[in-house]
Design a protein around this ligand. Sequence first.
Ligand SMILES: *Cc1c(COP(=O)(O)O)cnc(C)c1O
Length: 362
Amino acid sequence: MTQIECQPGIMDIKLYVGGKSSVSGVENIIKVSSNENPLGPSPAAKEAVRASAETLHRYPSTDHAALRQAIAEVHGLDADRIICGVGSDEVITFLCQAFAGPGTEVLYTEHGFGMYKISALAAGATPVEVPENTRVTDVDALLAGVTDRTRLVFIANPNNPTGTMISEAEVTRLADGLPPNVILVLDGAYAEYVQGFDGHASLVEARQNVVMTRTFSKIYGMGGMRVGWGYAPQAIIDVLNRIRGPFNLSGTALAAAAAAVRDQAYVEACRAENARLRTWLAGELARVGVPSDTAQANFILARLGSVEEADLCDAYLQSQGILIRRVSGYNLPKALRITVGTEAECRAVAEAIAAFKAGARA
Ligand SMILES: *Cc1c(COP(=O)(O)O)cnc(C)c1O
């Protein structure tokens, strides 16, 4: 009898578990489980989506020229060195497919984003996890983890789910310490939440082996549309473009993203509102005995005293219709990741956690 077998590594992949989006029996839920922008997309992006309905019969652009040009103008980058993907997840996938494979290693940190491991395994490579320094990326641990089999090093800055960030000097030290054949991927999914931060674009421009990834899923409020992009040296872009499907992005997605990136006033308003509410929420939680690290993105990693307390708190929040994200899969079983929602949502979360700490149970 013949036996169908998939490629090695694939059955080691644990299925990605997204943030919860419903609770049975509860109607008005507060979904703060997936780091979505509670304000949604820019009105200009919504209008571009509506207008795109007229041309759904046409195949989309294969070179994404208009979107790359819009991104390049807004960020002051070279459009030729931008690649667009179905979310930045797809750019991460391209990088692993192109540069990792059987017998090679892909490095990331103990609380690093789940897609790094999934994409490494899907490519047949060996994922290698190094420790962090109390929920902060540890450059020395990453450098110590490099072997002659290492091909890619992934860090998100700020990181998800910790919300912490390392300095430009630390990232530069990491880049300096890597062998020239190892690619450093700087995942900037939350870069826009950090005022004045270029997501390390300047480091990409200064090196031959540094890549930046960005997304329209977070501050742009377009997670449902699936658009991300990467910025890389030309030689790396030329490789990635060979494995990218010619029609990977729909015309609707391309139009929406181009309109969104040109509306930087909206992005700035979202950034400021997020920063204000994030500080407020972290303060309210700290006041009732729930600490969190200084957060740099659009979520807070709230630390409970034990796994049991985290379970009970999660259950209580769910009973109140509040969905947060458990992060046991990220080696953080006592923590709850809470997205900064609207002001009303933040107030509801703060009140519910205060009630839980005062003894309320599901
Ligand atoms: C959300 C997120 C992404 C973005 O994924 P998309 O595929 O662009 O939606 C990438 N990296 C990190 C660390 C994230 O949290």
